[in-house]
Ligand binder design. Sequence first.
Ligand code: GDP
Ligand code: IMO
Ligand code: MG
Length: 422
Amino acid sequence: MKVDVLLGLQWGDEGKGKVVDVLTPRYDVVARFQGGPNAGHTLEFEGQKYVLRSIPSGIFQGDKVNIIGNGVVLDPALFKAEAEALEASGHPLKERLHISKKAHLIMPTHRVLDAAYEAAKGDAKVGTTGKGIGPTYTDKISRNGIRVGDILGDFDTIYAKAKERHEEILKSMNFEYDITEIEKEWMAGIEYLRQFPLVDSEHEINALLKADKSVLCEGAQGTMLDIDFGSYPFVTSSNTVCAGACSGLGVAPNKIGNVYGIMKAYCTRVGSGPFPTELFDETGDKLCTLGHEFGSVTGRKRRCGWIDLVALKYSIMINGVTHLIMMKSDVLDTFETIKACVAYRINGVETENFPYSIEGEVEPIYAELPGWQCDMTKMTSEDEFPEEFNNYISFLEEELEVPIKIVSVGPDRDQTIERYME
Ligand code: GDP
Ligand code: IMO
Ligand code: MG
């Protein structure tokens, strides 16, 4: 058996959580492979709304095993709050949420370092989520990190040493902080973690595959936020792309099966950094209002713009996407005209190839298509799709050269339409 990977093709918040939840019944196991509580994955069903940050989105469908892989960075305090809230709402997870011993721990001082580095950057700040993601991955790569498995050893000594290093850096930056309270919560989180199966997830996943079990890997963030291929330096600190599933779970490249690429029918971005199709006018405001484009966790307003096919083609190439999933089509229901960026004009030269940098003057060149101007939110089958919507889909498929297999027409689990027609 192979693992299927589901990931975001834009700047995050494409709707990954919703689709993982919808697809979970088809899999035995769901696994996260990178990122941490910078993620906010929203799921809605039976009138309830949940936002997941570190816990995989396969936790609600039956009693499936969910895995937090080695590529993830975990904040025990935030994890405890998230897991306890789920348990309290009737979703027990202690036995079926397995955590890799190789996942790195986000320390309270990592959060402080995140704030200190951002402050030092001034206007050039990344606009991070402030969760300590960058500093934790930095420690991992520079071989100074601490891992979940460390809590099984002489953790106090390991923690104190790492904290001392951070304190020295913060002192040299003259950055003032007080972690007394969050450190208490964090230590309580460490104790809480001990109640979960702490595993060698690479062995577990490969044994599952050998036993013909199916695994769905859930990406966080999006390809345009990837540390290598995103709009650097305005990116996150992990490999959000498909290859991240190999390194973040210990799955060999030849074990990757379907790659589900998720995109919104338009585009959003939160935080700083270039965004060629961003709209600063009332159309942008309309997308924001109708799409409720505010961060699931931080509440920050998301920047909105038209769909960018130049960037999407690049994302599809990097990830080897086999199936496209289009989210939030309903947000465009009332638009008379819909635009899609088919090329960039940079210094007077047109290109369809995603360039080295999209900073500076990148003028999007748009194709315009008629909108469908009807309510799609109650549709349940592709037979009901209006002609203009079918035309929009055909146009996108022709440009992107990958079939759109699922269309989402609302936030609820049930507002999901699978396409069978070619
Ligand atoms: P993720 O981080 O990729 O899981 O996405 P988020 O949860 O951060 O953001 C997606 C938002 O869009 C959430 O508020 C979802 O409830 C919502 N959503 C998902 N699919 C649809 C859809 O098809 N239509 C509408 N209107 N909202 C959707
Ligand atoms: P999900 O999984 C959208 C953005 C931040 C910032 C940059 C770096 O919900 O799609 P970080 O805290 O990771 O160092 O911030 O990345 N960012 C996200 N944007 N969705 C996310 O996750 C994001 N996670 C990080 O806004 O620009
Ligand atoms: Mg999100």
